[in-house]
Design a protein around this ligand. Structure first.
Ligand SMILES: *[C@@H]1O[C@H](CO)[C@@H](O)[C@H](O)[C@H]1NC(C)=O
Ligand SMILES: *[C@@H]1O[C@H](CO)[C@@H](O)[C@H](O)[C@H]1NC(C)=O
Ligand SMILES: *[C@@H]1O[C@H](CO)[C@@H](O)[C@H](O)[C@H]1NC(C)=O
Ligand SMILES: *[C@@H]1O[C@H](CO)[C@@H](O)[C@H](O)[C@H]1NC(C)=O
Ligand SMILES: *[C@@H]1O[C@H](CO)[C@@H](O)[C@H](O)[C@H]1NC(C)=O
Ligand SMILES: *[C@@H]1O[C@H](CO)[C@@H](O)[C@H](O)[C@H]1NC(C)=O
Ligand SMILES: *[C@@H]1O[C@H](CO)[C@@H](O)[C@H](O)[C@H]1NC(C)=O
Length: 505
């Protein structure tokens, strides 16, 4: 499987010029040339598409004009299917059975899980049923797969790897005497587990149902073709629906028209704070509220939490006030647009005041779009998160204040789109510096220099994942840096990351 790399240089013209060591200049030169060629092709295609499109529209209006009662089959795809690539030949294999999966968690956790489950289905020669999304998680989003992802594109673009069907055929349903076996696969497993433990189950059952999917496949040590398949699903097969893509692109356009922008994944939301027990900067009342919420969720196991301990270990999301100081220290210009990629900030405007004072051009999607435009996504947290995902991937600089699934998946996508700058905050060190600055022991200049020094090698530069045997949770996450899919076009071993990095934004 060849992971295409055209994506890598798109938009490089809009980025602030990165500092590139000489050894890589040649690569960049070749890329720039090929992007010019690609760009020219694209312009041609668009022109052809437009011609075709206006033809279609005038054709349809003519027909409507002539046959007044025609039910309106609106051409929603806008000439999209003209540019759909021709169908790949199907992979010819004998299916060993059907795999049903119920993903759990938020959008980005599920996204990674979908990539893993396609890979498992491919490995075991199964027929995959389009994954079911979590409707009972904290976010309680009723969206189905096809409400978020382009399901046709998903199925078609994986035809040469694995058979994917929309629903289980009636002939294998319970009614016809087939029993399904429901189980969660063991976390962080490798291909041997699936071949040796899971595959034999299909001797007995026609259908297997994985009822949990988070982190069920190991980060490291899988065969290269499986790692590449994970990337192929993540970067090519999973596309949002045209509705989400269109609105996301509109947001990006609005932001880009006003210049470069920073996407700040300010994970300062009530669920995060209640779950993590981080109450730094909250009033006593708020801290009590958060604690009550934590106790109300039985599956959040940790109940008694000492906020300050957790914070000093670097395990708390930055507060909005802390984020303001860190962005200033990193040299982000006061006039820069800061897009807040997040839901409702805990404490709302009161807690955003310091950030807004430091950066007057703070924007959220709710403010950039008209009131009607987000209506269709309301009460659908995952669809809202998809918009933030798109904007975050496209931003000039991405700064996550906590390393959750969204932060990690966006980081991986930005590496894939040309190693765009992602500032991976060292929260443990930052908390120390912030406290010293705030109690007067570290004046501003020293603080700013220390913050910049700390993050020189943490900008999302090419590098390989950190591997820690037997501690999968502590090693680098596959989807944050799928180096198997990136380091063919770029040298990840020149360790640009450890000191020879580009300057802060
Ligand atoms: C475009 O898609 C529609 C509906 O999926 C289909 O009926 C039509 O034939 C397609 N047109 C082309 C040119 O592929
Ligand atoms: C699929 O493979 C089998 C066995 O190799 C072969 O008999 C069959 O003709 C193939 N089918 C197609 C459609 O290529
Ligand atoms: C999957 O199918 C391929 C090709 O048909 C075959 O070579 C391979 O052994 C099969 N693997 C399993 C686990 O069934
Ligand atoms: C998954 O299936 C197992 C076995 O049937 C069951 O014990 C477990 O409660 C299920 N978990 C979920 C989240 O449904
Ligand atoms: C979203 O949910 C809230 C409360 O559950 C409800 O009041 C509101 O009407 C819903 N909005 C839409 C657009 O469905
Ligand atoms: C300031 O904060 C730092 C970090 O928490 C601490 O080590 C130091 O003792 C504090 N100094 C004063 C004067 O409070
Ligand atoms: C930075 O680059 C120089 C020259 O290319 C090299 O000698 C040095 O080891 C690099 N530093 C690090 C920390 O990689």
């Amino acid at each position: 499987m060849e992971v295409r790399s055209e994506g890598i240089q798109v938009r490089s013209d809009k980025l602030p010029a990165p500092v590139i060591p000489r050894t890589r200049l040649r690569i960049w030169f070749v890329r720039v040339c090929s992007s010019i060629v690609l760009w020219t092709c694209l312009v041609q295609l668009v022109t052809i598409g437009d011609l075709w499109h206006s033809h279609l529209i005038s054709g349809i209006t003519n027909r409507i004009y002539h046959i007044a009662q025609l039910p309106l089959p609106l051409p929603v795809q806008d000439g999209f299917n003209q540019s759909r690539p021709p169908l790949l030949p199907e992979r010819n294999y004998t299916s060993n059975g059907f795999l049903r999966v119920s993903c759990n968690g938020g959008l980005n956790q599920m996204r990674a899980a979908i990539c893993d489950m396609v890979t498992v289905a491919r490995l075991l020669n199964l027929t995959l049923v389009v994954p079911e999304l979590d409707k009972t998680s904290f976010w309680a989003d009723p969206s189905n797969f096809e409400d978020i992802f382009d399901v046709k594109h998903f199925i078609d673009s994986l035809r040469d790897e694995v058979r994917i069907i929309k629903r289980l055929p009636k002939r294998v349903s319970r009614k016809h005497g087939y029993t399904q076996w429901e189980m969660p696969p063991v976390s962080w497993s490798n291909e041997k587990y699936y071949v040796q433990q899971i595959l034999p189950l299909f001797n007995k059952y026609k259908v297997l149902h994985f009822n949990r999917t988070d982190a069920r496949l190991t980060n490291n040590g899988l065969p290269l073709d499986l790692q590449k398949l994970r990337c192929h699903v993540n970067f090519q097969a999973l596309k949002f629906t045209p509705q989400i893509e269109n609105l996301g692109s509109k947001l990006i356009r609005i932001l880009q028209e006003k210049g470069p922008f920073v996407a700040l994944h300010l994970r300062y939301e009530m669920d995060m704070l209640a779950f993590s027990g981080c109450t730094h900067g909250c009033t006593n009342e708020e801290a009590e509220d958060l604690k009550r919420m934590r106790y109300a969720y039985p599956w959040w196991r940790e109940k008694e939490i000492l906020s300050e301990d957790k914070r000093s270990q670097g395990l708390c999301p930055l507060t909005p006030e802390e984020a303001a100081l860190v962005l200033q220290a990193l040299g982000v210009d006061r006039e820069t647009q800061i897009y807040i990629a997040a839901g409702e900030i805990y404490g709302s405007e009161r807690r955003l005041a310091a950030l807004r004072a430091a950066f007057p051009h703070i924007v959220k999607k709710e403010k950039l779009l008209g009131p009607g435009e987000l209506l269709q996504f309301q009460n659908h947290t995952s669809q809202m998160a998809a918009l933030d995902f798109m904007v975050s991937v496209a931003s000039n600089t991405f700064v996550p204040t906590y390393d959750g699934n969204m932060a990690k998946l966006v980081e991986g996508h930005r590496r894939y789109s040309g190693f765009k700058k992602t500032i991976l905050l060292d929260r443990r060190k930052l908390v120390e510096l912030l406290d010293m600055h705030q109690n007067g022991t570290l004046p501003w200049n020293g603080f700013a220099i220390a913050v910049q020094q700390t993050h020189k090698g943490r900008m999302g530069q090419p590098t390989r994942r950190k591997i820690i045997l037997d501690k999968p949770k502590e090693e680098d996450y596959f989807y944050a840096n799928p180096h198997e899919c990136l380091c063919e076009v770029i040298d990840c071993d020149d360790l640009l990351g450890t000191g020879n990095s580009s300057k802060p934004p």
